[in-house]
Design a protein around this ligand. Structure first.
Ligand code: DON
Length: 592
């Protein structure tokens, strides 16, 4: 690649609509993939970028860490233009809806934890809601549970929250004009970008599942054939939808043409969402759940996510053990962490759901130190407890989401996790509107009384009901130390999210890892039911497994767990450290 081309690219970093021109030029020259190019430019432009290393990227002014490089670069440019952390997070999230359709979205929902420099942190809840025609038994057909209806159908689509949620956060804490934040996403959709090897593989894998949906095949394939690496990927209809959102704000999505297109797709295919459901959608501000953990302050997502509550419960239990002395990865550490996970996930199943529909949820008790003490007393160091779908008592004897983290020059921080639920959500593109719909209704419990040993939960608090939000595990989290920002973290991964976030925090606080080491370290997961530890292959040694087996634990090996995008702030040096997760290709940290 010639210096000239690098310079050309450098000069267009602020004008994303022009990037594809340069990218196409590179493609014809067959020199570099766009991703590599953007990263190279970012090195020049920013002086801070992470390549494979166990040392985190460092920067002084601001930092964005997200799942895809073009969208990360969009966020960085917003910070450089004087945007706040919320501005950068919003612009990155909107760009991810174009460049990372596996999980980036307009048609899904999610959460933000925002920490201002002065004042209290706030949680934004833009979780999807159940349409008005929903009911607790809506996933049963003639009394029999239908998994496809629950997860892979127009019925599985919840009323999207992302556009309303991003707009609300921006209204409260944005500095740059809304249109400035939407513009890069419009440019990327209208002019396209080059398909990377990983994106090509991902699109090829999902194509068979999109076959029933003509608009999806049209948008995500090249005339029915998978896109190849290096092809230019243009999304005209998505660009037009984004333009409506740029000029009208949420009204460009929840009313008018976009809403009509969503309703038409639903009506034609037995779906439930109406224009009235869309018009009634509201995002919420709420107060984060908090706890202290060994002198650090943990700030995380309250219900309707289960994430923050379960995270706080687990940390409160673990505070009573000398994890540092047990050592990272030791059988004793894995054991006590597993037992904490088991108990928090049992309580999750028993108690948690949409707080507006479950006014009696005992959140303050669940997150209290005294309750953690009670639970700790039921943990035996020498023996695993057992989980049963029939009991929540502990005898005393005995596919796709994405996370991004942003910190700005004033040390305001955003921890944002949002999702379509599975990879590419429902796989259903709204014809004429160019975006994918979620299949988040799958996060409601399948049917009353359906709790089983495989981990299906049938408890009341999270059964579907009109207007209700489905229980989530997303755990966007911010950690403070001595009143200063310390860490921003979060991950995708369904129920594993909570345990992934837990381990990232414990790895830094208890095991003294730097933020990149904490993200890289092997992970494990227990969720009450099924009663087994899943662990990243090669993450636990055979002797550790034997020791854990002798306590009564069972196992399953998995390829990988989660994709954390984290930032740590060192108040003593005023330096930011970014750590993308190399488990997912494309994860990128950019600072300036
Ligand atoms: O809200 C939740 O907890 C899930 N819908 C998240 C799904 C997910 O993380 C899948 N990604 N890997």
């Amino acid at each position: 690649m010639s210096v000239l081309n690098i310079k050309r690219y450098h000069s267009v970093m602020g004008a994303f609509t022009r990037i594809p021109v340069a990218a196409v030029k590179l493609k014809t020259q067959g020199l570099l993939q766009l991703t590599t190019l953007v990263l190279l430019v970012a090195v020049i432009a920013s002086g801070a970028l992470l390549t494979a290393s166990t040392t985190p990227i460092t920067s002084r002014r601001g930092m964005v860490v997200a799942a895809e490089p073009l969208a990360t670069a969009v966020g960085l440019e917003v910070l450089r233009d004087g945007g706040s952390a919320v501005d950068a997070a919003v612009a990155t999230a909107l760009a991810l809806a174009v460049t990372y359709p596996q999980a980036g979205n307009l048609g899904g929902g999610g959460f933000i934890i925002f920490r201002p420099t002065v004042g209290s942190s706030v949680a934004y809840d833009f979780r999807e809601t159940a349409p008005a025609a929903s009911s607790r038994s809506m996933f049963l057909v003639d009394g029999v549970y239908d998994g496809d209806r629950h997860h892979n159908s127009h019925i599985a689509v919840g009323v999207p929250g992302t556009v309303a949620g991003l707009y609300l956060a921006w209204s409260d804490h944005g500095r740059l004009p809304w249109q400035r934040l939407v513009a890069p996403a419009i440019g990327l959709a209208r002019n396209g970008f080059l398909v990377s090897h990983d994106f090509a593989a991902s699109l090829a894998a999902v194509l068979p599942q999109m076959v029933p949906y003509e608009a999806s095949v049209q948008q995500f394939s090249d005339g029915g054939e998978p896109y190849q690496a290096g092809d230019r990927f243009v999304q005209e209809e998505l660009a037009s939808t984004l333009e409506r959102i740029a000029t009208e704000g949420p009204a460009g999505f929840y009313s008018g043409r976009t809403a009509q297109l969503i309703e038409a797709e639903m009506l034609a295919n037995g779906g439930l969402i109406t224009q009235s459901d869309l018009g009634n959608y509201r995002p919420h501000r709420s107060t984060p759940v908090r706890t202290s953990y060994r002198g650090y302050e943990i700030i995380s997502m309250p219900p309707i996510s289960s994430g923050g509550t379960a995270l706080v419960q687990m940390l409160n239990i673990l505070e009573g053990y000398g994890l540092a002395e047990f050592g990272f990865g030791s059988a004793q550490t894995i054991h006590v962490m597993t037992e904490a996970m088991r108990r928090a996930f049992a309580d999750r199943a028993r108690y948690l759901g949409d707080p507006r529909f479950n006014p009696m949820m005992p959140i303050s008790r669940l997150v209290s130190k005294s309750y953690a003490e009670e639970l700790r007393a039921t943990i035996q160091l020498g023996r695993a407890s057992s989980s049963s779908p029939l009991s929540f008592e502990w005898p005393t004897e005995g596919t796709e989401t994405t996370h991004l983290s942003v910190v700005d020059a004033e040390r305001q921080a955003v921890s944002l996790t949002y999702t379509l639920e599975q990879l590419y959500g429902s796989k259903i593109v709204v014809p004429g509107a160019g975006f994918l719909l979620n299949n988040e209704m799958g996060d409601f419990n399948p049917a009353p009384n359906m709790t089983d040993v495989e981990g299906r939960i049938g408890t009341d608090p999270n059964l579907a009901s009109p207007g209700k939000r489905m229980l989530s595990s997303m755990t966007p989290t911010i950690v403070e130390k001595n009143g200063e920002l310390f860490m921003v973290t979060g991950s995708p991964g369904g129920r594993t999210i909570i345990n992934t976030v837990l381990q990232t925090i414990v790895n830094v606080i208890d095991f003294g890892m730097n933020i990149q080491e904490a993200v890289d370290a092997p992970r494990f997961h227990h969720q009450w039911l099924p009663d087994r530890i899943s662990y990243e292959r090669y993450g636990l040694s055979p002797d550790t497994l034997t020791l854990l087996e002798s306590k009564g634990h069972r196992f399953v090996a998995v390829d990988r767990q989660g994709a954390v995008q984290a930032i740590r702030y060192d108040a003593s040096t005023d330096i930011l450290e970014g750590a993308p997760d190399r488990r997912r290709a494309g994860s990128t940290a950019l600072g300036y």
